[in-house]
Design a protein around this ligand. Sequence first.
Ligand code: BG6
Length: 489
Amino acid sequence: MTSQIIPVDPFDFIIFGGTGDLAERKLLPALYQRQIAGQFSEPTRIIGASRSTLSDDEFRDFARKALTEHVKQEERKDDEIETFVARLSYIPIDAKTGEGFEKLKDAIGDSKSIRAYYLAVAPALFGDIATNLEKHGLTGGDVRIVVEKPIGRSLATAHALNDAIGSVFDEHQIFRIDHYLGKETVQNLMALRFANALYEPLWNSTHIDHVQITVAETVGLEDRVSYYDKAGALRDMVQNHMLQLLCLVAMEPPSSMDADAVRDEKLKILRSLKRVNGNEAPKETVRGQYKAGASAGGAVKGYAEELGTESDTETFVAIKAEIGNWRWAGVPFYLRTGKRLAERVSEIVIQFKPVPHSIFDDSAGVITANQLVIRLQPDEGVKQWIMIKDPGPGGMRLRQIPLDMSFAESFEVRNPDAYERLIMDVIRGNQTLFMRRDEVEAAWSWIDPILASWQENRHAAQGYTAGTWGPSASIALIERDGRTWHESM
Ligand code: BG6
């Protein structure tokens, strides 16, 4: 099965933080992949900008190295790589002093191409960059700006950042990336819900017992000391990725895939989340921090050892969330995410209610309630667990089996990285998979009281051994309700 690639219009792509980690690991490889897929029209240019003093050639070498390290060997072709690096140029820019912006203006010249500024820099620089772009006359024409998380560390700081960018760019020009929305399987969630008549009638509290969303990682701190220790899992993963997944599961059917139609529905969910504050937070949330243990077959250090100092930052969080609306009243959404867990797996489990009455004898065995497991990564796929009669003689014996759709087995297509899809959407001007200002702020309005309560109640992070599923309190959180965490497919 092949999919048709529709080229986008020519564009100038300016990466602030052009020599940084994100550019190296994600942006340059993603742009290269889109070039080899035939999605570029000419002239398409990529300009790196950062404080380092680099020549164009040195930036091209940086890109060659990035592709060598982050693109599979069979996808690296010498002629394509040379075509790609020929698009690159580099301008040293100091976002604070404004030095270099005139050079950027010269480089852009009278280009009529779509222009995207990608801010792969610390959020503290968002405002300076936006202001300098305006001051140097670089905001006219068909221009977009892309910003990465963290968009703030609280509602107030998110507000200030949004104001700083919003004072220069209109909302329709601002693309706030949540790379989870670019993942194939996350988009597939929308296809599953809204391109099938099957699920929608059951998608509510009458038929669904609860929902679990797990984003488990095996990696640890990964050299992100200065950022991560100030953030922690709640800000790093729940405020954005986990809540976005929750929204896609819980939202009402939007009238179309139009950006605002989808984002309006997500916003309603964020605003319907019941506040977990004061006394509830210690009961409904679990904080954890990994201690020394084993991961991927080897011994690993604990978080504090990696960090080099004691810290109370959480590397694991579990939350029992509830949505106060008609569809979801009484249906808990159990969220858990953490680093150095037993397995790298992201999945959404929809647990249906049991049949109301069994017509079978005890000898038939137990009727297990249906479960839909949407596996986001790795081994993307969907499993719908159903009951059948165990084949063969022996009378009526019931058995649970999965209707199993593994994407890798079913489709022979390359699974593009989330950034490939999202960057092309920026160029197309399609904001459906990007967060609107009010969504980001509504998410912080839910997160802030949890953070406040943790602080007030001195809700310390509980230790868990690296390579396990987190603190035992996380198991207790769900088992208290007579339910258990799903243990992978
Ligand atoms: C990022 C977080 O947004 O997502 C990281 O900052 C995390 O801490 C990463 O590791 C996970 O992304 P993925 O695509 O590997 O699941």
